[in-house]
Each structure stands twice: as structure tokens, then as C-alpha cells.
Design a binder for this molecule. Structure first.
Ligand code: SAH
Length: 693
């Protein structure tokens, strides 16, 4: 069987579907999976074990046999916990074949083969009866099917089905219940991920304001969850407007309904402000009494307990459809709507003198339709991209650089996806300057955006790929200023925006001999780091709560060796703190004033480890040199401080290359050197790297 896998191709700026062998997506899934992270989540594991022990005891105390159904067994961990706790038999269901195979091996290695039956099926395909997968219905239901949004991995339909067909009435469930909490906040930073703010430009002839299209004003955006490591968001970046409120609960020991519904709570702001964002997280009670509780509450809610770091469960940021000024003490209704897999929020003000009946009426009017983007910008830009475009400091650098390069008689061509650059350039340049923008993905948005700023006649949109650009598109003129941020929606790794270089090469024939290219060049930078926590996602577990899960470690290692370990992966490092162990180093430069060369660009060298710490990997990012002395970084924002703490660009993902083994640098008088070889293949646009510790 062949599988097709989407990959960004930096030489064409497109997503391409590559045919891969049958094993490919297995390996991809395992290598990049969150299984290791879950097994490292001590808090989760300990509490599951406590909850399972308590559930088995309750059943035994009733004089019943303990028959467990573990849906989504993964490594078999929760079934092994149940068997150790004295369960009579466990049915361990796992839909993902490589994991089911691993579970069989792990169960056997730990000596539980006679107590645990691994069933490689989706739970909705499992049969019960003398000839079925299960001899009888279970009386203990154990699962861990939750994502950051709780229901995004299909927990509700799975539970609904299990209660109907696979477990006994009145069964014990671990976890017993989940509770979803919300808090209303105002946050300029997070709101900037949803909506474009007007941009103020000081032009020669006074201040100009670049306005977002009106469609964007009340656009509800897209329903995809925004999950982040909220614990990395400093309290200075938001203001809480309400207390923490319980939004809804799901009792997993009773029949569960997955059909779309809504929940409504009344809340009174503790502070006046602009309601923009609903922050949300959940906790699970492993037992009915709620004594064994596992919570995702962020630092300001549970300041006393040590926070468990985890990446498989984080916190959610929901954007209200529009910002709403609220007053301290006024009566508000917050509605959470959900379908089977996702949640979204609405805020309403209670009307003056409203009574119960009116409230119900209002309640009935609550729409349960999921948000659909009307302005198209949310389909073109993801949330970090909105943040980037709203970053005034970044915009200032582009304005400064554009001022330097634009001349009265410039012919300016812009290549970037859904960029504000042509509008900025228009406001900054002289009247005679001619503007063209090459679009091949963002036509609709560009039209709407230029119209909103009355620029439809001032900037000519050319709907063509760079290689198909014709002299007539440019009214037979040669381009004297070529600009790009560069930004392309298909880029995953920092160097994928080098597509700008390929596009520049493709339009070479249309460029004047003395063309100015903005950015004039880019450089790739690299630094060796010790991660505070991110290392866990790639670190072997060995044993987990006393169970040998090495089979899983080996499987991940195998999959990493298949391909992934030779590649860097994108991570937004503002969410994943690390300490620099080496100085940042510029490793490659890309000269946009020239065309892409035929030959590869390679470099070799070494970096010294200057600080004590564990070298988990290398971080790589791009810097763009817009014009003389004006650069923007997509990685490090300034030199690390003396302790090695780093500040990362909050709108970009950096590339992380995990080392296969970790070294600990100790002696600083004789610093250890890490040697590297980095190769940019101009044919594929990919960067390969190798490090020796
Ligand atoms: N129980 C393990 C693994 C949890 S990850 C642990 O706690 O460590 C969730 C697993 O459930 C994944 O392996 C996924 O493939 C599987 N899964 C999700 N929904 C399922 C379903 N309805 N039936 C069978 N397996 C499912």
C-alpha cells in the first residue's frame, strides 16, 4: 500500500504530495507522537493508577469480578495498572496497529498476557458475546482519550458508544468526570492573534492609516482550537475580568451524549474592561469523591502546587466573535457551544430588568453553528501570522527599510502571501512609483484589502506564479525594487520562506540591472541549547510506574532513525524555554541580489559549549537583512543574558534538531566543542545537518 504525504517544497512555494511507502506514516506518527510525553507525565500516571486501584476495590467490595475495558490502550499502561490492582480481566482496545502490536509485546514482557487481551480495533467495532472480542460487558471503563480541548480526539462519541454497547449500567469509570473551566480576559497580545489592527504610517504627506477590511471586524474566525502553553504567558500580557467559572462537566460513569449542545453560565466581571478572550482548561477527577484530581489549571490559579509540565494537554485560548466592553458587577451570560469535536464561545449581556422567561427565550436563541470565517483572512493567515502582522515594532523595521530603497521613479514588485508590504510601500513612496503585487494564493484577500484602503487602482494585482510572469503584466517595465517579507503560507520550517529566493530567480528577466532587493539577503543562525522541558518529548522512558515500556522506546527510536531524526522540527520556542549553551552563530547566508546558485551551499565548523548544561539539541532560525543596518530575526530577539536565558520571536516557529544522545558539559575552562555540517541543497530547498558531540 502506498501513502501520500504532504510536504512543503521551498523551491516552488507549494505543498506537494509525495508517495511514500506503507511504513512511512506509521513512522511519522510514532516518531512525532505524544506517547513519550504522556509516559513522562508523572502526575497523570500516578493519578490514573490511584483512580484505577480505587475503582477495582469498589467493584471487589461489591463482590463482583472486576472486568476492565481500556479504550485506546496505547502501550497498555492503564490495563497493566488495572491488572496489578487486582482486576480479573482487561480488554485493551487500540485502533492504531503499530501501537496495538507494541502493547502485545509490552503486556507479555511484564507478565500480564493471561490477564490482558489486546484488541486491535476501533472501539466502535468491538463485539461482545461468547464469540465476540469481549466475553461480556465490562464493569470498569478506563480511557485516556482527551486532548487539550478535552473532546477534540473524539472522546464523546467513543463514550456514547461504549455505554450503549460495551459496559454495564452503573459501571465505574476512570476518570470519573471531567470539568471544563473558563476565565474571561482582556489581552492585547492574544487578541492580536485574531484581528488585524489598523497600522499607522508616518508618510511624507502626513499620517496614513492602513485599515483592515470591514468584513474582518466581526468575523468569527475559524473553529480550530488555539492550544498553547499558557504557563509561558506572563501575567502582564493579560487582565482577568472574571473569576474562574465552571463551564460544563461530563460524567463518564453514566451514558454520554455527543450530539451538539450548549452550556450557559452567568458571570459578573470582577473588573471593567474589554472582554476579548476566554481562557479554558479542564481537570479530571479519577474517583467519584473528587479526591484524586489531575488539573491543567495555569500558574495563577494553582500557585502553590508544583506544575507538571506536559505537552499533550495544555490550555485553550478562545476568541470571542467581537470584543465587548464590560463593567464590573454587571450581569453577563457566557455560552459554550460544542459539536462532537470542538467548542466555541459567545458572550451576551443580560438585558435590563430581564426575568426568567426572557432569559430562557434568550437562551433558546443561542446559535449553535460553528464559527465560519467570512473575511477569508483567517483562512490565509494562522494565529501567529496575525500576531506578526500586528507587531508594530516589526512593521517599523519594514517601513524604515522601504523608505531607504524607494525612489521617486521606482517600479516596485512584491512577492509574499497576503502581505501588507505593498500598501506600506504605497504610503511611503512618491506618487510616481508604480506598484505591482504577484499573488497566486491570496487573490481574494488582496482585492478586499486594497479596496478597503481605496488602493484598487494604485496597486496592480498580477495573478500568476513567478515563472509565468510576462512583460505585459508589468506594462513592459523593468522592476527596480523587488520586495518580500518574505512570508509564504506553506512554510513550515524557517528556511522554507527561502522560496522568495526561488521566486526572485524565476522573475530575473523582469528585473532592472540595478534592481534593489528587499530583503537583500538572509542568514541562517544556529545555537546549542538545553531545554527546560521540551527534551521530554524525545527522551526514552524505560519504566513507567514500575512497568517496563522499553519496547515503546525502541519503537520510537526505530521510527526516528527511519527518517525523522535526520530532520529538524518546528517548535514555537517562546512556549518552550531553553538555555543557550553556545553563542549564536551565523552558519549560512543567502544572497537575494543574485539568483539561486546551481551548487549546494555547505558549511562545516564547530561551536564551543560555554555554559554548564545538557546539550539537548540545536536551534536554527533565519534573519532577514532588509537594507543596510536593518534586520529582522525570526528566532533570537537579542543576545542571551549571562545565564543563557533566551527571548524568542513570539510569532515564529524555530527549527529544533534534537541530538540523538545528550552530553553534559561541565568543565568550562576547557570547553567542549560541537562540530556541525550543514548543507542547503539548492535543488530541493531543504537543509540537512549533522552534529558531532
Ligand atoms: N492509554 C494510553 C494511551 C493513550 S493515547 C496511556 O494512557 O498512556 C490514546 C490512544 O487511544 C491512541 O493510541 C489512539 O490511537 C487510541 N484511540 C483513540 N480513540 C480510540 C477508539 N475509539 N478506539 C480505539 N483506540 C482509540
Amino acid at each position: 500500500m502506498k501513502t501520500f504525504c504532504g510536504r512543503a517544497n521551498p523551491t516552488t512555494g507549494s505543498m506537494e504530495w509525495l508517495e511514500e511507502g506503507e511504513d512511512y506514516d506509521y513512522h511519522q506518527e510514532i516518531a512525532r507522537s505524544r506517547y513519550a510525553d504522556m509516559l513522562h507525565d508523572k502526575d497523570r500516571n500516578v493519578k490514573y493508577y490511584q483512580g484505577i486501584r480505587a475503582a477495582v476495590s469498589r467493584v471487589k467490595e461489591r463482590g463482583e469480578k472486576a472486568i476492565v475495558l481500556d479504550i485506546g490502550t496505547g502501550t497498555g499502561l492503564l490495563s497493566m495498572m488495572a491488572a496489578s490492582a487486582g482486576a480479573d480481566f482487561c480488554y485493551a482496545v487500540e485502533v492504531f496497529k503499530p501501537m496495538a502490536n507494541a502493547a502485545v509485546k509490552i503486556v507479555e514482557k511484564n507478565g500480564f498476557s493471561d490477564k490482558i487481551k489486546v484488541i486491535n480495533k476501533h472501539s466502535t467495532e468491538v463485539t461482545v458475546g461468547p464469540d465476540g472480542d469481549m466475553q461480556c460487558r465490562a464493569n470498569i471503563l478506563v480511557t485516556e482519550l482527551f486532548d487539550t480541548e478535552l473532546i477534540g480526539e473524539g472522546a464523546l462519541p467513543t463514550y456514547e458508544h461504549a455505554h450503549k454497547y460495551l459496559v454495564q449500567e452503573g459501571c465505574e469509570a476512570v476518570p470519573h468526570r471531567a470539568t471544563v473551566y473558563v476565565q474571561l480576559v482582556e489581552s492585547k497580545r492574544m487578541w492580536s492573534w485574531k484581528k488585524l489592527s489598523p497600522v499607522h504610517v508616518e508618510a511624507e504627506d502626513g499620517e496614513k492609516i492602513l485599515v483592515p477590511p470591514s468584513e474582518m471586524e466581526n468575523c468569527p474566525g475559524v473553529p480550530s482550537v488555539c492550544d498553547i502553553q499558557l504557563n509561558q504567558m506572563p501575567s502582564s500580557d493579560f487582565t482577568t475580568l472574571s473569576d474562574v467559572v465552571t463551564m460544563f462537566r461530563v460524567d463518564f460513569s453514566k451514558p454520554v451524549q455527543s450530539a451538539p449542545t450548549y452550556y450557559r453560565v452567568q458571570l459578573e466581571p470582577v473588573k471593567s474592561g474589554k472582554a476579548q478572550i476566554v481562557l479554558s482548561w479542564w481537570d479530571i477527577d479519577m474517583d467519584p469523591s473528587g479526591m484524586i484530581n489531575c488539573t491543567m489549571a495555569p500558574y495563577w490559579v494553582k500557585p502553590t502546587s508544583a506544575l507538571q509540565w506536559r505537552d499533550h494537554w495544555m490550555q485553550c485560548v478562545y476568541f470571542l466573535p467581537r470584543e465587548e466592553p464590560v463593567l464590573r458587577g454587571e450581569k453577563l451570560y457566557l455560552t459554550a457551544c460544542r459539536d462532537e469535536y470542538s467548542v466555541w464561545y459567545n458572550l451576551q449581556k443580560a438585558r435590563e430588568g430581564e426575568n426568567e422567561a426572557e432569559e430562557e427565550e434568550q437562551e433558546a436563541g443561542v446559535g449553535v453553528e460553528s464559527p465560519v470565517c467570512r473575511c477569508r483572512a483567517h483562512l490565509l493567515w494562522n494565529r501567529p501570522r496575525f500576531g506578526e502582522l500586528n507587531d508594530q515594532n516589526r512593521t517599523r523595521h519594514y517601513i524604515k527599510a522601504l523608505r531607504k530603497v524607494l525612489k521617486t521613479d521606482s517600479v516596485c514588485l512584491c512577492i509574499s502571501d497576503g502581505s501588507l508590504l505593498p500598501v506600506l510601500a504605497h504610503y511611503l513612496g512618491a506618487k510616481q512609483v508604480q506598484y505591482f503585487i504577484l499573488v497566486f494564493r491570496s487573490l481574494h484577500f488582496s482585492l478586499v484589502f486594497f479596496k478597503a484602503n481605496h488602493l484598487e487602482d494604485k496597486i496592480k494585482i498580477i495573478e500568476a506564479r513567478p515563472e509565468l510572469l510576462k512583460p505585459s503584466h508589468l506594462e513592459d517595465k523593468k522592476v527596480s525594487v523587488l520586495v518580500g517579507e518574505p512570508f509564504f503560507t506553506t512554510s513550515l520550517l524557517p528556511w522554507h520562506n527561502l522560496y522568495f529566493w526561488y521566486a526572485r530567480t524565476a522573475v530575473s528577466a523582469h528585473l532592472a540591472s540595478n534592481v534593489t532587493v528587499l530583503p537583500q539577503s538572509a542568514s541562517l543562525h544556529m545555537m546549542i541549547v538545553e531545554f527546560q522541558d521540551l527534551w521530554r518529548i524525545r527522551s526514552p522512558c524505560g519504566t513507567c510506574e514500575g512497568f517496563d515500556v522499553q519496547v515503546m522506546d525502541d519503537m520510537i527510536k526505530d521510527s526516528l532513525n527511519f527518517r525523522e531524526s535526520k530532520e529538524a522540527e518546528p517548535h514555537p520556542l517562546w512556549e518552550y524555554p531553553c538555555k543557550s549553551l553556545s553563542d549564536p552563530q551565523e552558519v549560512l547566508t543567502f544572497d537575494f541580489t543574485k539568483t539561486v546558485p546551481q551548487h549546494c551551499l555547505s558549511t562545516e565548523g564547530s561551536v564551543n559549549l560555554l555554559r554548564k548544561g545538557k546539550s539537548h539539541g540545536a536551534v536554527l532560525w533565519m534573519e532577514y537583512h532588509l537594507a543596510a543596518d536593518i534586520s529582522v530575526s525570526t528566532g533570537l530577539m537579542q543576545m542571551p543574558n549571562e545565564k543563557g536565558n533566551c527571548e524568542w520571536n513570539p510569532h515564529c516557529k524555530q527549527a529544533v534538531y534534537f541530538f540523538s544522545s545528550v552530553i553534559e558539559s561541565e568543565i568550562l575552562s576547557d570547553p567542549t566543542a560541537v562540530t556541525y555540517a550543514i548543507n542547503f541543497d539548492t535543488k530541493t530547498g531543504e537543509i540537512a545537518m549533522d552534529f558531532k558531540l
